[in-house]
Design a protein around this ligand. Structure first.
Ligand SMILES: [Fe+2]
Length: 277
């Protein structure tokens, strides 16, 4: 059996804009996405799936999602891709371009939010499954997991008591010590922790939003936060100073490898830095 049984490429905070537009920092989300995909396939030859963890585009506009769709054509045809929405996204505009969860055959998806689960592969008769949460609250930058979304999570985890779950969400369910981002963490993070504590099946939580790599744990579960493909923010960043923002660290992405080690197997997450533009 191969040592790397499954490779999941995580592209986060891609912040695509309409054609010809740039972010306030001067970056182009489309150029950065192209560089990230090229670097990913220089880092390793192939992947089994891709997850995009929110802030897919910058303003939630249909034309931006069309640019994202065009940029993702650089991925191999047929490579499964899974989307998660962030505070810069808009559900209606997203689904206009990428279709609804029902269209994609996610029968257990939540009707009102972009929440769904998807089996990735099987290892020793256990399904390894993504469960994707939608922490977007329109008009707000803060992450939310209302009663309805938490109940769906509880129900979904109850449906798959023997699976190995990777939980995916854009916003952070913990504080970082960075003032701006701590004002946007998931408001109901304690209630989320209570739901997770009812199950032993979630073995990794994967986030974006922070535009930096970091690691912690929630309910004893490792939480891995991917950098953004576009740019990094300094830890002291307080926002609303885009023009003065010095991007002194490279952007990046994350490769999650499911490693088989004798009779056991586990996820290992690799942070990859892109070269500065
Ligand atoms: Fe972002």
């Amino acid at each position: 059996m191969e040592q790397v049984l499954f490779s999941l490429l995580q592209l986060s905070d891609t912040h695509l804009q309409a054609a010809g537009k740039r972010l306030k920092t001067g970056d182009s989300g489309a150029e950065a996405l192209g560089q990230a995909i090229a670097k990913a396939f220089r880092t390793q030859a192939q992947f089994d799936a891709v997850i995009l963890t929110g802030d897919l585009v910058d303003r939630g506009a249909v034309e931006e999602y069309r640019e994202l769709e065009a940029g993702l054509r650089a991925l191999p045809q047929g490579l499964p891709r899974y989307f998660c929405l962030g505070n810069h996204d808009a559900r209606e505009a997203f689904t206009e371009v990428f279709g609804s969860l029902k269209d994609a055959g996610h029968s257990d998806a939540l009707d009102t939010h972009y929440q769904y689960s998807a089996p990735l592969f099987t290892f020793k008769e256990q399904v390894v499954r993504l469960v994707v949460l939608d922490t977007l609250e329109p008009g707000k930058d803060q992450g939310r997991l209302c009663e309805q979304r938490r109940q769906w999570l509880h129900n979904t985890l109850s449906l798959y008591p023997n699976d190995r779950i990777v939980l995916v969400m854009h916003h952070l369910p913990f504080l970082t010590g960075s003032a701006l981002f701590d004002s946007m963490v998931v408001e109901e993070r304690r209630q989320l922790e209570e739901v997770l504590a009812c199950f032993k099946t979630v073995e990794r939580i994967v986030c974006g939003h922070f535009h930096r790599a970091c690691v912690t744990q929630l309910a004893g579960i490792p939480v891995v936060v991917s950098p953004s493909t576009v740019h990094a923010y300094p830890l002291s960043y307080r926002g609303r100073q885009h023009e003065a923002l010095v991007i002194d660290e490279p952007a990046g992405f994350t490769i999650h490898r499911f490693i088989v080690d004798a009779q056991t197997a586990y996820w290992v997450s690799h942070f990859v830095q892109q070269s500065p533009a």
